[in-house]
Ligand binder design. Structure first.
Ligand SMILES: Cc1cc2nc3c(=O)[nH]c(=O)nc-3n(C[C@H](O)[C@H](O)[C@H](O)COP(=O)(O)OP(=O)(O)OC[C@H]3O[C@@H](n4cnc5c(N)ncnc54)[C@H](O)[C@@H]3O)c2cc1C
Length: 193
């Protein structure tokens, strides 16, 4: 999968092996909105990422055209509310975010779990929906903002800035990276009184 992003920088990552031994690659490159590659997206991906370190070139050499999905990336501006009357937004409809933290679907699931728990616990639906909005909007906003920031840094195009970024990343212990993610990953389902 690869994604165009308005702005000439590129970044990419590979998934751990999936249950059936397959793997997916995710790459982002700055490109004009809606642009398509005349000789196909696989050729474009190979042009952009084929010179990267092992195993990227080997994986791209093994890929077929129909395995490549290309999307432009959009994010939703922050909404003032997720609730109007009995209409409730959840998932991307409420907080479509950049994919850099891998949290879009996770947040949709958290929304659903929270909403179900609050509706089950509160006899007053309006009260449950107001609390859903109070609980979910700040958290999803915080995560969308972090994801956006990571995407922006990953796409830095100036060589000096990229050098400093890559050097700092190499120096950062993975324990520090993990603890910085605590507020994102440490979510627990609500226990409404
Ligand atoms: C490149 C990329 C990588 C990503 N990686 C991750 C990741 O690693 N981890 C993660 O958690 N998230 C990731 N996401 C985000 C994740 O895919 C989305 O956040 C998630 O799918 C949102 O779920 P949703 O149910 O809100 O919306 P969707 O999955 O968009 O579901 C909405 C559904 O509603 C249907 N629909 C739309 N309009 C109508 C209509 N009028 N009537 C009936 N049906 C309609 C659509 O066809 C669709 O099936 C990634 C996204 C992208 C683009």
């Amino acid at each position: 999968m690869w994604a165009g992003r308005p702005g000439g920088a590129a970044n990419a990552s590979a998934s751990p092996p999936l249950a059936d031994g397959r793997v997916y690659l995710f790459g982002v490159a700055d490109a004009p909105e809606g642009q398509r590659s005349p000789d196909g997206e696989l050729a474009e991906v190979r042009r952009r990422f084929g010179g990267w370190h092992d195993p990227v070139p080997r994986l791209l050499a093994a890929a077929s055209e129909d395995a490549v999905m290309r999307h432009d990336i959009y994010e939703l501006p922050p909404l003032d509310t997720f609730v109007r009357g009995r209409c409730v937004l959840l998932g991307d409809a409420a907080h479509a975010m950049t994919p850099n933290l891998g949290q879009g679907a996770n947040q949709a699931l958290e929304d659903a779990v929270t909403l179900a728990a609050l509706l089950a616990a509160h006899p007053d639906t309006d009260c449950a929906l107001a609390r859903y909005d109070r609980e979910r909007r700040p958290r999803t906003r915080m995560i969308a903002r972090r994801s956006h920031r990571i995407g922006a840094v990953a796409q830095w195009s100036g060589a000096p800035a990229r050098l400093v970024r890559d050097w700092l990343l190499r120096l950062t212990p993975s324990s520090a990276v993990l603890s910085a993610l605590d507020p994102v990953l440490g979510w627990r389902p609500p226990h409404p009184e």
